[in-house]
Design a protein around this ligand. Structure first.
Ligand SMILES: *Cc1c(COP(=O)(O)O)cnc(C)c1O
Length: 435
């Protein structure tokens, strides 16, 4: 078994929680920066390379602004994500709009903020035509779905044939022809064929498929292909026994495939884009929660002050998130617990039958790898409120980058004005770390 390290000590958590009560998200600025630097280096062989961070993973301006310093763009899938990217100054060439099942209005908005529209479906050509009154953008992209299974060797990695995204081979060919006839000058190709891959070979394999498709599309339609977007899907080692992806190796392997397929086809100036979310942020964010309840019935339960509202992945996908008991990093894992939240849903468990050190009430539990698809997936079931997000800066100081929700936030959208009048303002604005 490998060891999963945390970036924060028990002493530091005690200090932080004097100002910001648990639960909270804590992001590691140093880790985010070091990783962003490595990614830039991994693809530095490709002059046009750009990472478009998948905003949905961690839609926080403080995080997006850090990534911006490393020349990242944003990948957005909705109007609100586009609004955020635009407000933060991600301008032309720095916003990708990779949506699906898209309302027409959002195509118009994407064009307004100079986002690159990545069409998920051939029927969206007519919709964009309508939304933009016949004036197509100069650059457009199309999303490809080859169907069947995505295999590497004999291993089935994922099942694109069962996924709602992208166009078939014949549709993308047709889409390029139509768009070209409608005045689109530059093209991109996009595909997302496997999720959370823990192998250095996913991007190179995907790149091979997309590069061959690019050569075919260029030959058959004469389209000027400017970028190939490998999208997301690069995974992380959620489990201690897993191996971390080596982004430098991944970059080098994509380089080799590029030299094999694109360069001989006279396409040695095509830019590589990525839209990683998980790999950019997941390991650099943790959910910190406190053990507040122990229960001994047919199993041993530890109840904590966070729940699936704060981190949904275990409940939604049965996802594994490693847990460290702060201050007991080296203690033997000689207890077996279900670690639960408080929702009236039995699936609200951060861990099931997990071997952990003995947990005492008041212990801080650090739930690892929650920096992407963590806070952002949250919801408000059972009237539970979303917690704060904190940034641990490189100098060791802590900045609150999103306050915790209060009851006032929760009730604010009700069409019943009397409801808050009948409540105590102290209760409405109470809760944790209002700020
Ligand atoms: C979710 C998503 C991503 C990011 O995926 P990760 O698994 O976080 O890398 C990238 N592109 C698109 C279109 C997505 O929907």
């Amino acid at each position: 078994m490998g060891v999963k390290k945390t970036f924060v000590s028990k002493e530091k958590l005690e200090e932080i929680s004097r100002t910001y009560p648990t639960p909270f998200y804590l992001y590691d600025e140093a880790g985010i920066r070091a990783n962003a630097r490595r990614i830039k280096q991994a693809f530095s062989w490709n002059p046009g390379y750009r990472e478009f961070f998948a905003v949905k993973a961690t839609p926080n301006p403080a995080i997006l602004n850090i990534l911006k310093e490393y020349d990242c763009g944003t990948d957005c899938a909705s109007k609100t994500e586009l609004m955020l990217a635009n407000a933060l100054g991600f301008g032309e060439g720095k916003i990708m709009f990779s949506s699906n099942d898209t309302p027409e209005e959002e195509f118009a908005y994407a064009a307004k903020v100079k986002g690159i529209i990545n069409l998920d479906d051939i029927t969206h050509i007519a919709m964009v035509d309508e939304a933009l009154h016949g004036k197509f953008p100069e650059t457009m992209s199309c999303r490809f779905n080859p169907g069947g299974y995505f295999k590497m060797g004999n291993d089935i990695m994922d099942n694109p044939g069962d996924a709602k995204y992208g166009m078939t081979h014949d549709q993308i060919l047709e889409a390029f022809r139509i768009l070209k006839s409608r005045g689109v000058k530059h093209f991109g190709i996009h595909a997302f064929l496997a999720s959370n891959t823990v192998t250095d070979d996913y991007y190179p394999e995907l790149a091979g498929q997309l590069f061959r498709l690019a050569v075919e599309l260029k030959d058959k339609t004469g389209a000027d292909i400017r970028f190939i977007n490998l999208s997301g899907g690069v995974g992380i080692a959620y489990r201690p026994e897993q191996r971390d992806n080596d982004i430098l190796d991944i970059g080098e392997k994509v380089h080799r495939v590029y030299d094999e397929i694109l360069v001989p086809a006279g396409m040695g100036d095509v830019a590589i884009y990525t839209e990683m979310g998980r790999f950019m942020l997941a390991p650099y964010g943790v959910l910190v929660t406190k053990a507040i309840h122990e229960k001994h019935i047919y199993k041993e339960y530890i109840g904590c002050d966070a729940c699936a509202v704060n981190l949904m992945r275990p409940m939604m996908y049965g996802a594994y998130h490693h847990i460290t008991v702060a201050g007991k990093e080296n203690a033997p894992c000689d207890h077996v617990y279900d670690v639960t939240g408080s929702l009236c849903e039995n699936s609200d468990k951060f861990a099931i039958d997990r071997k952990l050190p003995r947990i005492d009430m008041g212990d801080y539990l650090i739930i690892h790898d929650a920096g992407a698809h963590g806070y952002s997936m949250g919801y408000n079931y059972n009237g539970k409120l979303k917690c704060a997000e904190l940034l641990l800066r490189e100098d060791g100081s802590v900045r609150m980058i999103r306050r915790a929700e209060t009851p006032r936030d929760y009730f604010a959208t009700l069409d019943f004005t009397g409801v808050m009048d009948a409540m105590d303002p102290a209760d409405l604005d109470g809760g944790s770390s209002v700020g």
